[in-house]
Design a protein around this ligand. Structure first.
Ligand code: MG
Length: 219
């Protein structure tokens, strides 16, 4: 099976490396889940095999009864870097897109309670719907974007990336002190408020005007 790729709107593509995800990066979303504001970014990963594309189908695993949508700005890394200074961070970005960080909330709650890793709540097949990417040059300021998500044409999420606790440049810089960032790596930058459940036959559309749009259905 070919590796999952990040696709640009002009048709170019690059194999996806690691998918690094930031949790609890918007205060209003932290409050809706009753979590504490973290002093450092919460980091977890999804495998590239969890990626599906526009028009794809979400399959909720049988071990969960509560799958939530989290619409997020996705950042595609274009050039390799380690210990990247914040003021050079955006130069490592190849493109921006829209992702949905699907989360099995019931499974995640159990794992959190036991202090166990979140992988099976966050990394299952189809857990990372991903739009096509616009080149980084098309986005003048990644902190001035609006993230929308609707389910069956009803708006659920509508939040500005200006509300991120850790902005994109800071996230890239911080992650690069832990992981060497490489071409094809993706960063999911956290979700604004309004997360909620999706069920069979729901049509989920996530959009960031100027960046991308993504429509998927739940099997
Ligand atoms: Mg998330």
């Amino acid at each position: 099976m070919p590796a999952q790729t990040a696709r640009f709107i002009n048709g170019d593509s690059v194999p996806i490396g690691k998918i690094l995800c930031i949790g609890r990066n918007y205060v209003d979303h932290i409050h809706e889940l009753g979590n504490e504001v973290p002093s450092a970014p919460v980091i977890f990963m999804k495998p590239a095999s969890s990626v599906i594309y526009d028009g794809g189908c979400i399959v909720i695993p049988s071990y969960s009864g509560d799958c939530h949508h989290e619409a997020e700005l996705a950042v595609l890394i274009g050039t390799r870097g380690k210990d990247i200074p914040e003021d050079r961070a955006l130069a490592h970005v190849a493109g921006y897109g829209v992702a949905i960080d699907l989360t099995l909330r019931d499974v995640q709650a159990e794992l959190k309670k036991k202090g166990l890793p979140w992988d099976i709540a966050k990394g299952f097949d189809t857990a990372c719907p991903l739009s096509a990417f616009v080149p980084a040059s098309a986005v003048s300021d990644p902190q001035k974007l609006q993230i929308h998500l609707s389910v069956n044409d009803q708006e659920r999420q509508n939040g500005s990336t200006g509300l991120m606790i850790h902005p994109v440049a800071q996230i890239i810089s911080h992650l690069s002190t832990i992981f060497t960032l490489e071409q094809g790596d993706l960063i999911l930058t956290g979700t604004p408020a309004g997360v909620g459940p999706i069920v069979s036959c729901d049509r989920v559309v996530a959009e960031i005007p100027g960046v991308g749009r993504l429509g998927v259905t739940v099997r």
